[in-house]
Design a protein around this ligand. Structure first.
Ligand code: GLU
Length: 395
């Protein structure tokens, strides 16, 4: 039936994170005892105060279409959040609420990128950036990095990658999958380069802002000269354990926000009304209320790093944020594990899934072919069991 599908769909890679999660789910349904560490999804419940706001919204008959760009009340709370947490002043007309940060990113890329224009991606990059750029007929221009630079690309390397076709650069700090966070100094250096190229737009994906273990979070739009051409993306999924509620948002120059709203008006009509009401509550309350989750992620990070560093051939960085570890496992390339020759990180992730029943994601999908991503947004018990299974398999 492939011949009936559009070239766009045939050429589109499936999301590696969601594919792995689906595989794990399928095996689980067949009765296999899988430990799922593939998906970036907090295992906490959405906090009660947020759930209560959603229940009230249902009871208060919030059931109609919302404005395409989101309820005014929600956009006001986002505007307040931006000035409270990020030192950014966005009017409500500069804010667009969407069905998850993924749609916010897709909207912005579709709104700005013309066929053939290049979008700079800093590897490791979140799996969907490249697919989203390709859907807009843009060209992903990937700059590699590895564990030796703590998975950070320098301003110099970025400048080298700029051509007269460069339209956008996507910056993601804290980073999924490496957990690295750009310091203010590093971001300033990048901004210094970009000030020389006024036609390049910056998409700053700050979805892991609150999953931070003590490094200052700097919003790219707050740097000198960047506000006018930065799209700041954020959402509630990761910090508030609300992945399935699907609410993301942008703060951007007015004309970009308008373009995103126009696009969204033809695609989804806007985000879910109940989830929007719940998000007002999530953003209005102090972010300190979710500290207990961040503290627990911090403990789990220590635990998993400790455990993984005892496994032969695993090279690890020490993430400053998000909830992933991204070990370099290239030591195993060319070697045999339980009868299977490992030629790539995908082979490695597959063997670990099939033989140790632990789901992870190959680094290939993130532009780092020597690594795998392991999410530690799971209980300490699951982490201990998962690492022990991997260790047993590799021994
Ligand atoms: N962003 C999460 C991840 O990287 C959720 C899955 C997805 O949408 O890719 O695992």
């Amino acid at each position: 039936m492939k011949e009936y599908l559009s070239d766009k769909i045939n050429d589109l890679p499936a999301s590696a994170t969601l594919t792995m999660a689906a595989k794990a789910r399928e095996l689980k349904n067949k009765g296999v005892d899988i430990i799922g560490l593939s998906l970036g999804e907090p295992d906490f419940n959405t906090p009660e105060y947020i759930k209560d706001a959603a229940i009230s919204a249902v009871k208060d008959n919030y059931n109609s279409y919302t404005p395409v760009d989101g309820y005014l009340e929600l956009k006001q709370s986002i505007s307040t959040k931006f000035s409270r947490d990020n030192n950014l002043k966005y009017n409500v007309s500069q804010i667009v609420v969407s069905t998850g940060a993924k749609q916010s990113i897709a909207n912005a890329v579709q709104a700005l990128v013309k066929p053939g224009e290049e979008v700079i991606l800093l590897a490791p990059f979140w799996v969907s950036y490249s697919a989203i750029v390709l859907m807009a007929e843009g060209v992903p221009k990937i700059i590699a990095s590895d564990i030796n630079s703590n998975f950070k690309v320098s301003a110099k390397e970025i400048e080298k990658a700029i051509t007269d076709k460069t339209k956008m650069i996507i910056i993601n700090s804290p980073n999924n999958p490496s957990g690295s966070i750009f310091s203010k100094k590093e971001l300033d250096e990048i901004a210094t380069v970009l000030r020389k190229y006024p036609n390049i737009f910056i998409l700053s994906d700050e979805i892991y802002e609150h999953i931070n273990y003590g490094v200052e979070h700097v919003s790219f739009a707050s740097l000198e000269g960047m506000y006018e051409r930065t799209i700041t993306v954020n959402g509630i999924a990761k910090a508030f354990a609300m992945t399935g509620w699907r609410i993301g948002y942008i703060g951007a120059p007015d004309w970009i926000a308008k373009a995103c709203t126009k696009l969204q008006g033809q695609v989804t009509s806007g985000a879910n009304c109940i989830a929007q009401k719940a998000t007002v509550k999530a953003l209005t309350e102090s972010p300190k209320k979710i500290n207990y989750m961040v503290e627990e992620f911090k403990e789990r990070k220590k635990l998993i790093i400790n455990l993984l560093s005892n496994i032969k051939g695993f090279k690890l960085n020490n993430p400053d944020g998000a909830f992933y570890v991204f070990p370099d496992i290239s030591y195993y390339f060319g070697k045999e594990i339980d009868g299977e020759i490992i030629n790539s990180a995908s082979d490695f992730a597959m063997v670990v899934l099939e033989k140790a029943h632990v789901a992870t994601v190959t680094g290939d999908a993130f532009g780092c072919p020597n690594n795998i991503r392991i999410s530690y947004a799971a209980s300490q018990e699951s982490i201990i069991e998962a690492v022990s299974r991997i260790n047993k398999l590799l021994n």
